[in-house]
Design a protein around this ligand. Structure first.
Ligand SMILES: [Zn+2]
Ligand SMILES: [Zn+2]
Length: 219
């Protein structure tokens, strides 16, 4: 494992340089081709996928219903609806493709037609193996891209962004933004840094962050 330990994280979304023009990847974790931050970030993204998929379903059902009522025709929906349908199809397609890669290369029993939830659960059981795979960087990248696209097509108006402060992490040039969701939005609200995605505070840690910011302001 000596050769692998010396390599860098292959995720194209690993740590970015301060001017965001390039990546400055962390060293890969022992035996993996990504760092632990990217591996864990992928686990978080994967866990979010089933609910994003369900939200796409809900949104499509809602818009289809509206169109039937209003137009009474089979005219395709607005570009936004097509976007949701695309993302929904891609979520299933991307998870199914990675699951079949795992099944093929690990010699497992084929899964058959899985739901997004069952595919996500299956892939979650192989996260370390995927992080050690030659395509680990693509895996991180595709998953992050799916979640970003889903977030963008799903009720973009229900997310409000407001500036909190400069990032509190050592030497980080980023700004912290609060992403506030509507109360009926199932996605979590969070405070995130625009320079480094691992600098994220979930609501249960906002109190700690607030105390620290107050302390920093008077220090
Ligand atoms: Zn990384
Ligand atoms: Zn930061």
């Amino acid at each position: 494992m000596k050769t692998l330990a010396a390599t860098l994280c292959t995720s194209p979304r690993c740590r970015r340089t301060p001017d965001k023009s390039d990546v400055d990847p962390r060293p890969a974790a022992d035996g993996l081709r990504t760092c632990w931050v990217c591996r864990d970030r992928t686990a978080e993204l994967l866990a979010a996928v089933p609910s994003l998929y369900a939200e796409c379903e809900t949104m499509l059902a809602r818009t289809t219903g509206t169109f039937e009522k209003v137009g009474g025709s089979t005219t395709p929906g607005l570009p936004l609806d097509l976007g949701v349908a695309d993302v929904r199809a891609d979520i299933l397609g991307v998870l199914a493709a990675w699951a079949s890669l795992v099944v093929d290369e690990r010699g497992l029993v084929p899964l058959g037609l899985g739901t997004v939830a069952s595919l996500a659960q299956f892939l979650d059981g192989h996260l370390d193996w995927l992080a050690a795979h030659p395509a680990a960087g693509d895996w991180c990248d595709e998953l992050a891209d799916l979640v970003r696209r889903a977030d963008r097509v799903l009720d973009p108006d229900t997310t409000r962004r407001s500036l909190v402060s400069t990032c509190v992490m050592d030497d980080c040039p980023g700004q912290l933004w609060a992403l506030l969701r509507d109360v009926d939005d199932t996605r979590p609200s969070a405070i995130t840094c625009d320079a480094e995605q691992s600098h994220t505070w979930q609501p249960d840690r906002w109190l700690d962050l607030g105390t620290y910011l107050k302390f920093r302001a008077v220090a």
